[in-house]
Design a protein around this ligand. Structure first.
Ligand code: CA
Length: 284
């Protein structure tokens, strides 16, 4: 009897330890957890017309949970060596959300981590039309320092997708990265935009970037627009595309086009300006 009692004690203890381990490390990361993830969509607006040209897909955990903001999910996935799995899950989710939710003339902006060689197909295994997909690569990824980053980027480009250099102005060797990546678009980081209406130096920097990119034939999206004053100054400086809480918060559903705030505040006439290419439809 004593022997059996000891066996049950050991097995029970092992089970307890496993349960504890799941609580600490495991249960947050399994199929059930992955199914709770969803993509918020934040609009990107043509400041000349108010048209919503596309949405960026941003991963979120269950609303009200500790995972709602993505930072902790990403940190723990990388620490637990689940970064690739998370990258796959996020891409599938972004593509599925984009295909189901976005209008046929809108781009889906999808963030990628070039450390992982993961190619897109949505949950149904369908491919996204290349012209509808804009691949965002953060300047913080040190594209020049990673052995496969450029090669992977060029494969995205060869597949016909738009290449976007994200967080421009605060990451690694900005100008060298622009030359190496040759993006179709850049996103000016919010750090350069915050309070620029009252900050002469920021205005000078942003104007210089806008002019430089125009000369290089690269379109510019200005991120982090949060006040009407910032929006007005950016338009005076010649900014053409914008993103930020003022224009539209990340939300479960895409924002209707045109962006009413831009129409009202800037008095723009809605419509597609000459030379702006409409995205082709995603396959249904
Ligand atoms: Ca981004």
């Amino acid at each position: 009897m004593l022997v059996w009692a000891r066996i049950w004690e050991v097995l029970g203890g092992k089970r307890c330890r496993e349960d504890h381990q799941r609580t600490v490390e495991g249960p947050w990361w399994d199929m059930a957890f992955l199914k709770t993830l969803w993509m918020a969509l934040q609009p990107i607006v043509d400041l000349r017309t108010g048209q919503v040209i596309g949405h960026e897909a941003l991963v979120r955990g269950p609303v009200g949970s500790q995972w709602e903001a993505p930072g902790e999910i990403v940190r723990r996935a990388r620490r637990g060596k689940q970064g690739r799995q998370l990258e796959e899950a996020c891409k599938r989710l972004a593509l599925t959300t984009g295909r189901q939710a976005l209008g046929e003339d809108q781009l889906l902006f999808m963030n990628v981590d070039l450390r992982y060689d993961v190619w897109p197909a949505d949950a149904d295994g369908k491919e996204v039309h290349p012209d509808r997909l804009a691949i965002e690569v953060s300047e913080h990824q040190d594209v020049l320092g990673h052995p496969h980053a450029l090669e992977r980027l060029h494969r995205w480009r060869e597949a016909g997708h738009h290449i976007v250099l994200d967080d421009y102005g605060t990451g690694h060797s900005s100008l060298g990265t622009v030359l190496a990546v040759q993006p179709d678009m850049i996103k000016i980081d919010r750090y350069l935009v915050e309070g620029l209406d009252a900050d002469r130096q920021r205005r000078i920097v942003v104007r210089a970037v806008l002019n430089l990119m125009r000369d290089l034939g690269i379109r510019v999206i200005v991120e982090g627009i949060e006040t009407v004053e910032e929006l007005r100054v950016l338009c005076e400086l010649g900014a053409e595309y914008g993103q930020g809480f003022l224009l539209g918060l990340p939300a479960a559903h895409p924002m209707p086009s045109p962006c009413q705030l831009v129409v009202d505040e800037l008095g723009v006439t809605t419509g597609r300006p000459a030379g702006v290419r409409a995205a082709r439809p995603l396959p249904r």
